[in-house]
Ligand binder design. Structure first.
Ligand code: C2E
Ligand code: MG
Ligand code: MG
Ligand code: MG
Length: 289
């Protein structure tokens, strides 16, 4: 845009930009071309029920390999995609791709498996998400109740008034809704009660130091108890050790996700993982006392 305002403006703008904003501008320029170049792909991270060790589903996570810049982390490009509005187009691609995978897995017999998809709050506010999903569900013939959408706590709570209507529409389709990175935002308990949510995902920030940091243990235990009193399914993300898993089981957490179980995998590897998984082995892991 600065360029359009004339050469002078462009140069001043360019000189005053620090290294960080130049880097962002470079990444954004590549990001604008990424979709047409087919540089995105999805990986899937399984999650497991603690009660019986069953794999309940997998979370779709976006990956971008830029032909110009190499592999760029979602933590870098998702915020840029959100600020630029590109997330609307990218997000629609993600939904189509994830639901196509769900359909393929079902054709291989995984009819109990859910797919969770991260959606940006901009998609809730700006796009006709309920229409998009209704069409995808019809065209692909996948059941809505095997689709979960994840929205981060900070984003949804800051926009609770505006997003409630859309969330209700999505819920009417039969889709389930999860609050992601729970504990890092600032939830109003009123909204937590009022929003049509099914699932809380405890942020990995609190999980990493479980069994080492009593504060994180207290927070985690409290979130599980509170979630359950609100009738919600509680998932811990970022579970990396058996000690963490044991603690979470002891506290009655419903599901876990993390490197302990599996890193995110290509769709076909994730399918193979789920099909060969033996729930019994996990049920045998003892509580920490
Ligand atoms: P998230 O939704 O909270 O996803 C969990 C992140 O934790 C993922 O990072 C995952 O790879 C990572 N992770 C999984 N297990 C472990 C573990 O045991 N230990 C640790 N330390 N990390 C673990 P990733 O893939 O880099 O994604 C980062 C964030 O980018 C996601 O956080 C999500 O907010 C966003 N994101 C990813 N894909 C999409 C997408 O398709 N759309 C949107 N809007 N956001 C996305
Ligand atoms: Mg997520
Ligand atoms: Mg998260
Ligand atoms: Mg997170």
């Amino acid at each position: 845009q600065a360029k359009a305002e004339g050469r002078n403006t462009y140069q001043i703008y360019n000189e005053t930009m620090d290294a960080e904003s130049r880097r962002r501008a470079t990444v954004l320029a590549s990001l604008r071309k990424a979709m047409d170049r087919g540089e995105f792909r999805l990986v899937y991270q399984p999650r497991m029920a603690l009660a019986d060790g069953r794999i309940t589903g997998a979370e779709a996570l976006l990956r971008w390999h830029s032909s110009e810049l190499g592999e760029i982390s979602p933590q870098v490009f998702i915020p840029l995609a959100e600020e630029s509005g590109l997330i609307l187009q990218i997000g629609e691609w993600v939904l189509g791709e994830a639901l196509a995978t769900l359909k393929r897995w079902r054709s291989h017999g995984l009819t109990e498996t859910s797919v969770a998809v991260n959606v940006s709050v901009l998609q809730l506010l700006r796009s006709n998400l309920p229409d998009v999903l209704r069409n995808l569900i019809q065209d692909l013939g996948v059941p809505a109740n095997r689709i979960e959408l994840e929205v981060t706590e900070s984003m949804v709570m800051q926009n609770a008034e505006q997003t409630t209507h859309v969330l209700n529409e999505l819920r009417k389709l039969g889709i389930t809704l999860a609050i992601d990175d729970f504990g890092t935002g600032y939830s109003s308990l009123v909204y937590l009660k009022r929003l049509p949510i099914d699932t809380l995902k405890i942020d990995k920030e609190f999980i990493g130091d479980l069994t080492r940091d009593p504060d994180d243990e207290a927070i985690t235990a409290t979130v599980i108890t509170m979630g359950h009193s609100l009738g919600l399914n509680v998932i811990a993300e970022g579970v990396e050790s058996e000690q963490q898993l044991s603690y979470l089981r002891e506290q009655g957490c419903d599901e876990i996700q993390g490197f302990w179980l599996s890193p995110p995998l290509d769709a076909h590897r994730c399918l193979a993982f789920i099909r060969t998984w033996q729930p019994g082995a996990v049920a045998a892991i003892p509580a920490p006392y």
